[in-house]
Write a protein that binds this ligand. Structure first.
Ligand code: AOF
Ligand code: ZN
Length: 414
């Protein structure tokens, strides 16, 4: 095969015409011993789903049930998992389980509140090996409208919608990560398998799989603000835009920089953010404008399109850092209560130490780095560290990356 089976499944999904609306474009491919033995796509409401079409085409092509039990099914979207009034077709997970397919590879989750990870759980509960993430970016870009619609949809009190707490170590993807409306501060940390965050206190690393990175960008669109520090700004030069390629984000969060001395104004700091101000504003928190130099830097940055919010002398730590609690208060005054902190170890630690983090999203990559700053040693309250037995609520895999979600006992009025 020249293309990967997932590439082929994405190609198939693309063959659906506009009649597919309001359903998503989905493709599926069945592979046995490196040969495609079945394939299909979903043409539109009332028609077979891609998985059903792929299984059907394999059977019509002469595949036996024993062949299916050794086959791998590549799906561009998480298979659906329930029937309900108005649903046209049988649940794809039932078909997959009934045909005893050995392994299922899924590019992206179905954000439909009736699915949202429950399709994956159903398959895993049935003993089917499930891999998530290959081709995620292309699969997301197949259905920007569908994703945007589903991400903003909630079915409160609907017995079909997933229960709030799936208990420890559940494989369910938390719907709160997919639905805007979840208040609080989420801290995102990416580490190697042994917990290394980066080579130094300021630097972060791009070690997570591309699929996980795309997914993180989609999730970003569910927050009102994303906070980071000067170190991350200068070393990573991030843009922090929401949405994967071709995917319409729910919103672009306000980019918030904590920069006590306004070093972002440093000559030579060639900030990529400057070119993204059309997508949304950037707000810089700093210490008091108590010197001509600070006033000058503030003016320079404002002239480049940044907003500046100076804090009081009492909000500056003797060692130079800004009080993260005060930053959150200012954001709350602006109506911002759903915040993502995506920054280097030092600032992450100050949010954790102040007890301001409600949720920890730990992206853990199966690589070993051997040296660097270790989250378990450096971050107070990090799971696996000296003083924190913590309840992991969810864990799932995106590409090669393991994503873990923890609820922290935060002292946060959000
Ligand atoms: C799949 N495979 O090919 C598609 C899925 O009304 P129905 O029965 O067609 O169900 C529509 C929902 O099924 C849709 O909102 C989305 O959640 C899922 N689409 N799922 O397993 C497919 N098209
Ligand atoms: Zn289905």
């Amino acid at each position: 095969m020249t293309n990967s089976p997932m590439d082929r499944a994405i190609e198939l999904a693309r063959t659906a015409g506009p009649e597919v609306h309001p359903n998503p474009r989905v493709g599926a491919v069945l592979v046995l011993d490196s040969q495609i033995i079945g394939q299909g796509y979903h043409p539109g409401p009332g028609q077979p789903h891609a998985e059903e079409a792929a299984i059907q085409s394999a059977l019509e092509g002469g595949a036996s049930l024993q062949d299916l039990s050794r086959a791998e099914l590549y799906c561009t979207l998480e298979p659906c998992c329930s029937t309900y009034p108005g649903k046209h077709r049988p649940a794809c997970t039932d078909l997959i389980i009934r045909h005893r397919i050995a392994r299922v590879i899924i590019a992206t989750l179905d954000p439909n509140p009736r699915v949202r990870g429950r399709g994956i759980s159903a398959l895993r509960r049935a003993g089917i090996d499930v891999d998530i993430g290959p081709g995620a970016a292309q699969a997301l870009s197949l259905n920007p409208d569908y994703l945007a619609m589903m991400l903003t949809r909630e079915l409160p009190g609907d017995s079909q919608s997933p229960p709030q707490d799936q208990g420890e170590d559940s494989q369910e993807v938390p719907s709160s990560l997919l639905i805007p409306g979840d208040a609080g501060v989420t801290l995102k940390i990416a580490t190697s398998w042994e917990g290394q965050i980066g080579p130094s206190l300021e630097q972060t690393m791009d070690i997570t799989s591309p699929a996980a990175r795309d997914w993180a960008r989609v999730l970003r669109g569910n927050f009102q603000a994303v906070i980071f520090g000067l170190g991350t700004l200068l070393t990573d030069n991030p843009r922090y835009l929401a949405g994967a390629p071709g995917y319409t984000p729910v919103r672009q969060p306000l980019r918030v920089i904590m920069d006590t001395r306004l070093n972002a104004a440093r000559p030579g700091a060639d900030l990529a953010l400057v070119d993204t101000l059309d997508a949304g504003p950037v707000l810089i928190f700093c210490g008091p404008l108590d010197s001509p130099a600070m006033v000058q830097r503030s003016q320079d940055l404002q002239a480049r399109g940044f907003q500046i919010q100076a804090l009081q002398p009492r909000d500056v730590h003797p060692l130079g850092g800004l009080n993260p609690g005060r930053v959150l208060e200012h954001l709350r005054d602006r109506g911002i209560t759903r915040t993502l902190v995506e920054t280097g170890p030092r600032l992450s630690a100050s949010f954790l130490r102040a007890g301001l983090v409600n949720r920890l999203l730990w992206f853990r990559e199966p690589v070993l780095l051997g040296r660097g700053i270790n989250a378990m040693e450096y971050l107070p309250g990090f799971p696996g560290g000296p003083n924190l037995p913590m309840k992991r609520r969810y864990s799932w895999q995106i590409g090669s990356t393991e994503v873990n979600l923890f609820d922290l006992p935060a002292d946060n009025p959000n």
